[in-house]
Design a protein around this ligand. Structure first.
Ligand SMILES: [Zn+2]
Length: 451
């Protein structure tokens, strides 16, 4: 285990921002699936057919730039080799690798990522950045002498050129202080709301933070072999685990939990079914969703969940897009939201009150009014200000509700913001018959959403 002597007063030196990794995002945006684009089109080519042609771009938490830059064929940059080199450097041993490697490490504490905040230009809200630290600061965390570096708390995120990126879990520390540095551990969900979805650098940062959070939390919830009960130890620099029992040696990989999320559509009457979940904020109406069960296809999950929660029968199910979702419950850090259009065969709603507060059919006109970008921008400003306050040491308490506390000029209903796949399911239906891209027409005042 890490011997974190945690009266640390870190002398953190923030790496230049924007650091090279994300300033180069545009250089490898060569394939459509990887583009963090400002112009998103999830609209069907022809709304009268169900054969959707979806120009898929990247959702928030997808499009991780490190995934596309890692050099699997260069041995010194492989996870295992890089971990050996990192260990040697931290412990002060000689550099074993013929390639001098640089390391950048992103600390997490109780699922929160280290972040900084800088003033935005002009009237813009503050801009957050990831709080990468260098090797000197990592040594400070681990202790300069006698530190026992363990793979338990470090995970490999990827590499670019000669830089290897890592995340470290410092939750076992009693306190991590940053002196005069304006850094704070911030919920990734808060960073998500605080991000301008048109900012490709912020989207890249979110994807990296989400991947790191998912891996670290998976390590926390998979400490033992499910087969024999022996301790599971990290392998390949935290990318997988393996049972430590020599007679078992079961390989354990991060488990991805698929969630079906669907916009149920009444084709004849041009309406969509939206649900209000009591655990969310009161005005928020969104898509139905639910975990896929063992032995069930995603399409079957769509039909079952819709039937269970609203009593509506679904016929045709059409795939839309998918989104990694690392900001759900800690026990399920690797959710994959799989989005569908689900066409209703029956229309009478019988709400399961244990699951939902309410469910109603809404016309396109009503839904378009609920796609209120002003509120999303207000929520972003509010969350960005909160991150700034946290980094300055003000407002230590985070509450999710505050992310949606967007003032008094409120519409009676709104749908999730552009960071969520539900938004794009709803908006691509609501605007499918207009010559617009995701709610943005030539005369629209709404900004283009990036996915
Ligand atoms: Zn085992």
């Amino acid at each position: 285990m890490l011997n974190l002597n945690l009266k640390l007063k870190l002398k953190l030196i923030l790496l230049p921002s924007p650091f090279p990794l994300f300033s180069k995002v545009a250089t490898f945006n060569k394939t459509p699936l990887r583009i963090l684009s400002l112009t998103t089109d999830f609209s069907p080519r022809n709304s009268s057919t169900t054969t959707m042609s979806i120009n898929l771009r990247t959702h928030v938490f997808a499009g991780n730039p490190l995934h596309f830059k890692s050099h699997k064929n260069i041995d010194s940059l492989s996870p295992s080799s890089a971990f050996e080199a990192l260990t040697a450097r931290i412990l002060g041993n000689s550099q074993p690798s013929p390639t001098p490697l640089n390391f950048k490490v992103l600390p997490f504490r109780n699922g929160k990522a280290l972040a900084s905040s800088a003033a935005g230009s002009g009237d813009s809200p503050p801009i957050w950045n990831l709080g990468w630290i260098g090797l000197d600061d990592l040594r400070g965390i681990l202790g300069s002498s006698g530190a026992q570096l363990s793979a338990e708390s470090l995970v490999y995120l990827g590499s670019e050129d000669d830089v290897v990126y890592w995340a470290i879990d410092v939750s076992s520390s009693e306190a991590v202080e940053f002196g005069a540095r304006e850094l704070s551990f911030v919920e990734v969900r808060t960073l998500m709301v605080a991000s301008d979805w048109r900012d490709s650098q912020a989207m890249g940062n979110l994807a990296v933070a989400g991947h790191a959070k998912a891996l670290l939390e998976w390590h926390n919830t998979s400490r033992f072999c499910g087969h024999c009960g022996a301790k599971a130890v990290p392998m390949e620099a935290g990318r997988r685990k393996q049972c430590s029992n020599d007679s078992c040696k079961k390989r354990i990989y991060p488990r991805v939990d698929p969630v079906a999320i669907m916009l149920v559509i009444d084709r004849q009457n041009d309406r969509a079914l939206l649900a209000k979940r009591s655990k969310f904020v009161p005005r928020l109406w969104t898509c139905l969703s639910g975990f896929t069960e063992a032995g069930e296809s995603l399409e079957e999950a769509v039909r079952r969940e819709t039937w269970e929660e609203t009593g509506i029968e679904v016929g045709e199910v059409v795939y839309h897009s998918s989104q990694p979702w690392p900001v759900g419950p800690n026990s399920m850090p690797c959710q994959l939201m799989v989005g569908f259009f689900a066409y209703a065969k029956s229309f009478e709603i019988k709400v399961d009150r244990e699951e939902l507060e309410d469910a109603q059919w809404y016309s396109k006109e009503e839904v378009r009014k609920a796609l209120t970008f002003d509120e999303y921008k207000q929520a972003q400003r509010s969350a960005a200000a909160k991150v700034e306050q946290m980094c300055k040491g003000v407002g230590k308490n985070q509450s999710l509700a505050a992310d949606f506390n967007v003032g008094t000029q409120l519409n009676p209903m709104f749908v999730p913001g552009p960071f969520a796949i539900a938004h794009h399911l709803i908006s691509s239906w609501a605007f499918a018959d207009q010559n617009v891209v995701n709610g943005v027409g030539s005369n629209s005042k709404q900004p283009v959403s990036s996915i």
